[in-house]
Design a protein around this ligand. Structure first.
Ligand code: XMP
Length: 321
């Protein structure tokens, strides 16, 4: 099916909220639908849009995959609770780490995450609740990149030839599919989300697994999580589109306390972009880079090397896997 983009300029948010709301409401009918909130802009917007349209015909879950940033699950659940949207936290860490065990190939890792989300976790939630629809925040760029064969975005099903009804027993509704990130932010603002949510840097559905090169284990996620906290603290004032820390697979020789330390490498990326389709590295000051290297090598155990990516997208991509 051909999907037509609604550009930032074309988007009339009030009209979109009312028309999409009616469309979703009549599709879902009297049945129950579910959605997963990850804390990213897209899923936050879908949650609010659909909560307004469906009220208690929508049940929202936050799936704790074990791949999230520090304190993210509790923080996001409490932000939505304050806005009157109940969100249930589901601990699915074991499901995800079991599926990722031994996987080193990027596409296989994405596939394992897709399967864990859609088959294992949502499949069970659908069976337990009797829901018939899953609402999710797939956006226009996700579709383009998957169709172009660049990356298998974890949330793209139809374009990968997966029929969710046949494979998992529920239908998927994607209300944001015609919008890119900037238009989704504008919609989030109109929906009354706090700026912290609609203006936050994008965060991928596969979460920190998209930032671990090689096998994704609880220990390796913890390492990249600690580095991510530092990068976000230091770069939140940068106004960049997105900034992240990546854990490399190879270790390198370093020195600690006068002795050889064969340690980990963290790569920092910080992007200027408007829609994630193309991007260029932010020209961060050397003082900032220096502080990042200092903090990461002293506060994250085992890290002996910190690098900064200076490559544009393309040929780089924003995330590492
Ligand atoms: P890439 O790495 O493809 O990222 O240049 C483009 C934008 O999309 C985000 N991203 C994802 N988001 N599921 C998502 O929901 C995914 O599988 C995924 N992979 C990348 C990324 O953070 C960037 O903003």
């Amino acid at each position: 099916m051909e999907i037509k983009e609604i550009t930032l300029n074309e988007l009339d948010t009030e009209k979109f909220i009312s028309e999409k709301g009616q469309e979703i409401s009549s599709l879902v009918g009297e049945g129950l639908s579910i959605n997963a909130l990850s804390g990213g802009v897209d899923s936050a917007v879908v949650t609010m849009l659909c909560h307004r349209a469906l009220g208690d015909r929508l049940k929202t879950y936050f799936i704790d995959t074990g791949l999230m940033r520090e304190k993210e699950p509790e923080h996001i659940v409490s932000l939505f609770k304050d806005m009157g949207v109940p969100v249930e936290l589901i601990d699915a860490q074991k499901t995800f780490f079991d599926a990722l065990k031994g996987q080193t190939d990027p596409e296989k890792k994405r596939e394992a995450i897709t399967r864990s989300f859609y088959k294992d976790v949502f499949g069970k939630l659908v069976r337990d609740t009797g829901a018939r629809y899953l609402l999710q925040g797939t956006n226009f760029t996700d579709i383009e990149e998957t169709v172009a064969g660049i990356k298998r975005q974890h949330n793209i099903l139809e374009q990968l030839g997966i029929d969710p009804e046949q494979s998992y027993g529920y239908r998927v509704i994607e209300p944001l599919i015609q919008l890119r990130k900037s238009a989704i932010r504008k919609l989030g603002k109109s929906l009354g989300l706090p700026e912290e949510l609609y203006n936050r840097p994008p965060f991928p559905g596969p979460a920190l697994a998209a930032r671990v090169i090689g096998e994704v284990t609880p220990e390796r996620v913890k390492l990249v999580r600690n580095a991510t906290t530092i990068v976000e603290e230091e770069l939140s004032q940068s106004k960049a589109f997105q900034y992240l820390a990546i854990l490399h697979e190879d270790r390198v020789t370093g020195i600690r306390d006068g002795k050889r330390d064969y340690g980990f490498q963290i790569e920092i990326r910080c992007w200027e972009s408007t829609d994630a389709k193309i991007g260029s590295p932010t020209r961060l000051s050397y003082d900032i880079l220096d502080r990042l290297a200092e903090r990461i090598t002293t506060e994250v155990p085992g890290v002996v090397s910190v690098t900064y990516n200076i490559t544009k997208k393309p040929p780089s991509t924003i995330e590492a896997i």
